[in-house]
Design a protein around this ligand. Sequence first.
Ligand SMILES: [Mg+2]
Length: 354
Amino acid sequence: MSELRITGISVDLVRWPLKMTRRHGVGDIEGSMPGAIVKISTNAGIVGWGEASPWSVFTGTAEANASAIHLYMRPLVVGADPLKVSTLMRQIEKTIVGHPEGKAAVEMALLDIVGKHLGLPVAQLLGGYYRSEVPLSVSIANPDFEEDCNLAKALVADGVNIFKVKTGFSTHKEDLRRLEWLRANLPATVDLRVDYNQGLDPWDAIRHLKDVEAFRPTFIEQPVKREQRAAMAAITKAIDTPIMADESVFTPTEAIDMVRGEIAAIAEAAGITAYGGTMFEGGLAIAAGLHMVAATPNISLGAEFYTSTFVMEVEVLKTPIVIDNGSTRVPTGAGLGVEVDEDNIRRISTAHFE
Ligand SMILES: [Mg+2]
């Protein structure tokens, strides 16, 4: 038992202004995006930070997560020992159903405190640095495709080698036209991936995906609705390209369900390869993701950790996440290894609870 105690937890409901418009199978993003930022204070003066990045069409809402943190999680953690992360998270889990993004934000802030208290980066708490940088994957999701073409060319010149094309929000013909352009105009070594964000109907999905395979995507992500598991399994069997589950797997229980559907996947369970996707996340959430990917060997397909740099108009970190030569660099300081600019949080805050 340590002498360390949590003295307060505040949450800011924020609205991130965005530099880019994004179009995905499940919904569009334009102008701004809600989120929540959590600050946990301790009697030792150590402060931990976390971020929740839900998207209403995808998961829950920022408002519900901020309320859940303030009304249900705060009373459980104030006065508690922040080093007992799993005990606290278990209590939170028992007290309130759902709101996984809010729970992740609190856990992130607790790990930030533990790391700062012990003088260790979070990646070290999670098992150590298996990698120190993570290959960057940038999504091609601008409704103005010409703009994305220019961006992709500029990024290739900067060393970015992975692009994920968002498909299924327009016509199949348009998806093929965009893939054709990217294959014809980017270097042959570029690693292209495709993400339907649930945009296909099972009845003609296989036919569409066979056309898409001609462009040699490394994987095809979430072609059909999250609950259409049988269709996901049938597509995986019918298509040579690996099929990636995204929206189908939010929890460990859903991951087990998904694996059960595939005998081959069970055989490979020990080595299932994963990829670091994002929501519309600011620097805190990206930093937490970097620590997790750094310490998890099988998340080996890179990660799209660019939103705080390319998409969010306001930076909440004093030193932004470093993107260099096509990779994001994992912070090395204690805790999440980032310093927060509280003035900038106030700039985007729409409500503050403590
Ligand atoms: Mg996805």
